[in-house]
Every structure is written in structure tokens, then in C-alpha cells.
Design a protein around this ligand. Structure first.
Ligand code: MV4
Length: 510
């Protein structure tokens, strides 16, 4: 096993990877920008290297500087986390060329899945079902018209160099095709420097279900079941769970075998995820493969009992997977809420500032993967993900009840957060029924945000809020603009369950 690993990331995922390293007896090297000098990931590492000013382009995206940091600290391997450099083929190659171990898939596998038309061809050649559409880039408007008539409307234009949905265009009717093609090309060119665009039939109201795979360097490729990721807004996932209410044991087996075939075809090693659309009739279509550890990996860890990050390290060190496919059976239900510094009541506007108080939920089946603490500065330089709250329960209903309880126990004061939004999703009947698809949140958002807390808690909270405001005033500790506990302003006039929050904040102060 490695003696020392550099983690080329920040925030919650840097801490997550460090924990796995420390459990395996591996020393850790953090890298950080000037904005992160006091960040928890820097303090928790055995060593830390300053790599540049706050903007990512001048710090966390500087591959060469990060490789230099690894060499000067005598680290043997680099874990990229997610985002930043994690899916850059050139970086995976540069790490290998520098004589370091890349804790991720081979650069060739990143490349094989990186181009979406190439990935579709690879899938088709290996019996992996894809959405009906082209595997070649479209050349002319005339050709587009012919193909569109073949696949039928509505259809979707996608950038070949894209992924994650950037530069997609829905075309509802033939009259819109030419203009949509021009627009998609322009967007693709400016976003990816490549104007190649291809076409797929548009699948309406599907679920987004993905399969976690784990492959060692000795030919063993396993499926670790699905994650249901349909609750998303503008391509940002908000809530994920495993298993999915829409996946039977037989479908799980079929999708798992399909994902394993896709991974084998790409020469995949390490942890990866195959994204699928699942339609109302139980048909599934391969979309793309994410060649990294994903944000939502903990729900798979909870239901399988397998530590994905430890296995990423072990696989990169050459170990064999000791599991058989038949031994991997999901147990119970896990759910994750992404706790972001966004104001759901203000169009999810990112919120910045100092976290005045952070009180963390705990108890059976509760996991907090966080990157901030009381006193942390939330800046606009990075992603608004503060933490992930993950729970496990015996079944979906227990998981939802536990998530709601843990969210209500959580206190974040000083920046706006998505906490109240998540509580209200847990209270939503359609969500509780599992009647979700990728457009569900958009349709339901207004009614979720309108939902009022219980009458009793409004009264209690109003009293507690007024009491706390008065105490703060008396103690001259009022923070200008901080009206989280002041009734009548937002959240339907009341901070959710704020009498409990008031007690916890007072406790933290004393
Ligand atoms: C689609 C689709 C419907 N039909 N492809 C968006 C992210 C990228 N990975 C692919 N995406 C989609 N591709 C066809 N043929 C709908 C989406 C889509 C989506 C997919 C997964 C999760 C959220 C989504 C939100 C909007 C659209």
C-alpha cells in the first residue's frame, strides 16, 4: 500500500478521501489556494502545499503545479476527487508520466468515454442499449432533416465533446430543426472548442438511474447497484438514493451486467459510473460514463457496506477485489441531501459569508460528509456544496423519516442553505410515493417552497425567535443583516423549527 497520497481537491471530498487514507495507514498531502489557508482539509492533512491564488484556474486546476507538489512531498500517488482535474485525460497521463500513481481509471478509459459519439459507438458495439439516434456527428441541415424524420420528434441535439447536458437542445417540431442545429453548434464550439453535434430521440419524463462499477487491474469488474438521481434542478442533482423504487432485482441485474459490459469495453479500472435514462416502460438507455468518484457515492456505500474510496486506493495499489457479484446485495435504503449555500427562496442564489454556527446532526444511520465548520468563510470562488447529509434506514420510509429528523437537527447560521428546502421535499407526498422523474422538481418546486410548517411550530418559533433577537440585542451581538431567527421575513415568516435552533445556538455560545 502507499505510504503517502496527495489529494488534488478541496472541501468535503478532500476530507472524505483523507479519512480513507488515514484508515489505511496512508499519510496525506493537501493542496490549497490562498482562500483555503484555514480550511478543514488543510488542517486535517499531514502536510499541505499552497498552490496559488483563490481562482481555480490559478490553483486547483494547475496540474503541473500539483504534480510538483506531490514530488516535493514524496507522495507516491494522486487522488483527484471529483470535478477539477478528475476527468482530464491529459492530467491522468501527466501523473503517470511523472512516475506517480493515478488513483482513477487509465487515461485511455477516460478518453474512450470522453467523446460522447465515440462512447455511443463503443456501447452499441458491445450490446449496451443507447437512445435511438446517430453515432456520427451531423454534417448538414439537410442530413439532419432526413435523420430527424427517421428517429421522430421531439428530439435532442447534443455536443459530441460535451457531457453532463451542456449544450443540449430540444427540438419539438421540424420547423425548429435548422435554427436549433445552428444554435447547438455555436454553443458546442464556444463551450468545448468543437462544433460536432449529434442527435438522439428525446425520452420524455425518464428517471436518471446510474450504476456504480468497481473494477480491479486483474479483470474483475463488479456492479454495486443503482443510484436514483432524478431529483435535480438545472442539471444539478439535489437528492440521491439507493436503491431506486423503479428498479426490481431483475432490472438491477440487467442494468448491472450492461454497465459491466460498458466498463469492460472501455478497459476500465477503478471506480466509475454508467448513467442511464429509465423510461416508464422499464426500458433503459446508456447515456454516458462518469470516469471518477461521484458526489453521491456514499448512498452506495451505505447499502453495500463497501468503502468505495478505500477500494479506489487498494485497486490503484494493485490489489484484487475479494467480492463475487452474487455477494453484492443492497441492504436497506440510503438517501443523500446535498447541503449547499444556496437560497432556495431566492431562485437558489449562491450565498456567501462566514458560517457563524454549525451544529451537526448525528445518531444511528446518520453520516455527515462536510467540508466546513463554524467560522468557515464561504466564498464565491468554488462550488456551493458545503456538505452532504446521508442517512440509512431499514426501508425508504424509515430513511425519509430519519433524513427529516437529521435535517431539523442541523443548524447552519451565517449563510443561507438548502436545509429548509430539503425538509419540505421530505414532507412532499409525491416524493414519499417515489413518483419522481427528471422534471419532477421543476414541476413541483413552487408548491414545495410554499409548504407551511405546522401551526404549533410557527407559534413556538415566533416566541423563540423574538426571545433570541432580544437577547442578542441586549448582548450587542446582533450581526447586521442576520435575520435567520427573526419572524416575518422569509421562509413563510419563520425559520424552520427555530426554537430548537435557538436552544442549540445559545448552547454553543455559553
Ligand atoms: C437526454 C434526455 C432525454 N432524452 N437524452 C442531461 C445530462 C446528460 N447526461 C444527458 N441529459 C439528458 N439526456 C435523451 N435522449 C434528458 C436528459 C436530461 C437529464 C438527464 C439526467 C439527469 C437530469 C436531466 C435533466 C434534464 C435532461
Amino acid at each position: 500500500m502507499f505510504n503517502k497520497v496527495l489529494i488534488a481537491n478541496r472541501g468535503e471530498i478532500a476530507l472524505r478521501v483523507m479519512r480513507a487514507c488515514h484508515e489505511l495507514g496512508i499519510k496525506t498531502v493537501a493542496v490549497y489556494s490562498e482562500a483555503d489557508a484555514r480550511a478543514p482539509h488543510v488542517r486535517e492533512a499531514d502536510e499541505a502545499v499552497l498552490i496559488g491564488p483563490p481562482p481555480s484556474r490559478e490553483s486547483y486546476l494547475l496540474g503541473d503545479r500539483i504534480i510538483d507538489a506531490a514530488k516535493s512531498a514524496n507522495a507516491e500517488a494522486i487522488h483527484p476527487g471529483y470535478g477539477f482535474l478528475s476527468e482530464r485525460e491529459w492530467f491522468a497521463r501527466a501523473v503517470r508520466d511523472a512516475g506517480l500513481v493515478w488513483i482513477g481509471p487509465p487515461a485511455e478509459a477516460i478518453a474512450a468515454m470522453g467523446n460522447k459519439t465515440a462512447a455511443r459507438s463503443l456501447a452499441l458495439a458491445n450490446g449496451v442499449p443507447v437512445v435511438p439516434g446517430t453515432t456520427e456527428a451531423i454534417s448538414t441541415a439537410k442530413e439532419a432533416e432526413k435523420l430527424a424524420n427517421e428517429f421522430g420528434y421531439p428530439l435532442l441535439l447534443k455536443a459530441a465533446a460535451g457531457g453532463g447536458g451542456k449544450g443540449m437542445r430540444v427540438v419539438a417540431a421540424p420547423k425548429d430543426l435548422t435554427a436549433a442545429l445552428d444554435a447547438a453548434r455555436r454553443e458546442a464550439k464556444s463551450a468545448f472548442g468543437d462544433d460536432a453535434v449529434y442527435m438522439e430521440k428525446f425520452i420524455e419524463r425518464p428517471r436518471h438511474v446510474e450504476i456504480q462499477v468497481l473494477a480491479d487491474a486483474h479483470g474483475c469488474v463488479l456492479s454495486l447497484g443503482e443510484r436514483e438521481c432524478s431529483v435535480q434542478r438545472r442539471l444539478q442533482k439535489m437528492i440521491e438514493e439507493s436503491p431506486s423504487v423503479a428498479v426490481s432485482p431483475q432490472l438491477r441485474r440487467e442494468m448491472g451486467e450492461t454497465a459491466v459490459r460498458a466498463a469492460r469495453a472501455a478497459g476500465y479500472v477503478n471506480a466509475g459510473t454508467c448513467e442511464f435514462l429509465l423510461d416508464n416502460d422499464g426500458r433503459f438507455y446508456f447515456l454516458e460514463m462518469n470516469t471518477r468518484l461521484q458526489v453521491e457515492h456514499p448512498v452506495t456505500e451505505f447499502v453495500t457496506g463497501i468503502d468505495l474510496v478505500q477500494w479506489q486506493l487498494r485497486i490503484a495499489a494493485g490489489e484484487k477485489l475479494p467480492f463475487k457479484q452474487e455477494e453484492i446485495v443492497p441492504r436497506g435504503w440510503s438517501m443523500e441531501c446535498r447541503i449547499t449555500s444556496e437560497d432556495a427562496y431566492n431562485n437558489f442564489l449562491p450565498s456567501t459569508g462566514r458560517i457563524q454556527h454549525l451544529y451537526l446532526p448525528s445518531g444511528p444511520g446518520v453520516r455527515w460528509d462536510g467540508g466546513v465548520e463554524s467560522g468557515s468563510e464561504v466564498t464565491r470562488y468554488y462550488d456551493p456544496l458545503l456538505a452532504k447529509l446521508i442517512v440509512w434506514g431499514a426501508d425508504r420510509e424509515q430513511a425519509i423519516r430519519r433524513m427529516r429528523r437529521a435535517l431539523v437537527d442541523l443548524v447552519i447560521q451565517g449563510v443561507e442553505s438548502s436545509r429548509d428546502f430539503h425538509v419540505r421535499v421530505m414532507d412532499d407526498e409525491e416524493f414519499q410515493d417515489g413518483a419522481i422523474d427528471i422534471q419532477w422538481l421543476e414541476r413541483r418546486l413552487a408548491s414545495i417552497l410554499e409548504r407551511k410548517p405546522k401551526e404549533e411550530s410557527i407559534r413556538v418559533a415566533a416566541i423563540a425567535g423574538a426571545l433570541l433577537a432580544e437577547r442578542e440585542r441586549a448582548a450587542r451581538t446582533v450581526t447586521p443583516g442576520d435575520e435567520v431567527l427573526e419572524p416575518g421575513k422569509r421562509n413563510n415568516g419563520v425559520a424552520l423549527e427555530s426554537w430548537k435552533q435557538a436552544a442549540r445556538i445559545e448552547g454553543l455560545r455559553s
